[in-house]
Design a protein around this ligand. Structure first.
Ligand SMILES: [Fe+2]
Length: 206
């Protein structure tokens, strides 16, 4: 399905931040996948695209060496990485005071899970858009190379997503849209070969 979006005039300060994101390909990948899913879930495609594009903006506030670390993070380091949704909310609100509330929610809560074991607040009730961004985030990360592992296939990604404490409907829509979408050989590893270990920037590992 091809979808042409007309994005609203976004504040220049927000666009400046978006263009500085540490992993812009991931941001666009999540936005594109989530937008393909939006009609099946009754969501507005433009709002969905923007939520995906902005979801990890808070990683601008995390030391880049932690995001690229191909080793287990210390507890303190992991907490620094896990601060990115709250940092993202702050950045988005400052740069775009009129930002729609559903986008803010998706940015702040895309790592929450329905079993209450996500972060930053351990919520157990989530809107569909926030769950969609969370599921698309994991799918995109899994299906592209990371510095500590190569991309996994659609079947393996499906196993991981079906284990997430998110709406089964949302997960199945993401898997369907993901299997129909493009999958590239993009890497977030700065040209380094995939290695075994853990990486600070991975939504699955966090
Ligand atoms: Fe994230």
């Amino acid at each position: 399905m091809s979808l042409t979006l007309t994005l609203p005039d976004l504040p220049p300060a927000l666009l400046t931040l978006v263009l500085q994101q540490p992993d812009p390909d991931h941001a666009v990948g999540v936005a594109a996948l989530a937008t393909r899913c939006a009609p099946a879930l009754g969501l507005d495609p433009v709002t969905t695209y923007l939520a995906g594009w902005l979801h990890d903006l808070g990683k601008l506030a995390v030391p880049q060496d932690l995001l690229q670390a191909c080793r287990p993070l210390t507890v303190a380091e992991r907490l620094m990485v896990q601060a990115h949704p709250v940092e993202g909310e702050s950045l988005v609100r400052k740069a775009w005071p009129e930002v729609p509330v559903e986008i803010v929610h998706a940015v702040r809560h895309h790592h929450e899970r329905l079993d209450g074991r996500g972060y930053p607040e351990g919520l157990s009730s989530l809107p569909v858009l926030t769950m969609l961004i969370g599921a698309a985030d994991v799918y995109d990360a899994l299906t592209h190379d990371r510095c500590y592992r190569p991309a996994v296939g659609v079947a393996a990604a499906g196993e991981v997503l079906r284990d997430l404490a998110l709406s089964r409907e949302v997960v199945e829509v993401v898997l369907k849209c993901g299997s129909l979408g493009s999958s590239g050989s993009r890497s977030s590893c700065g040209g380094r070969a995939p290695l075994a270990g853990q990486c600070g920037g991975d939504p699955v590992a966090q």
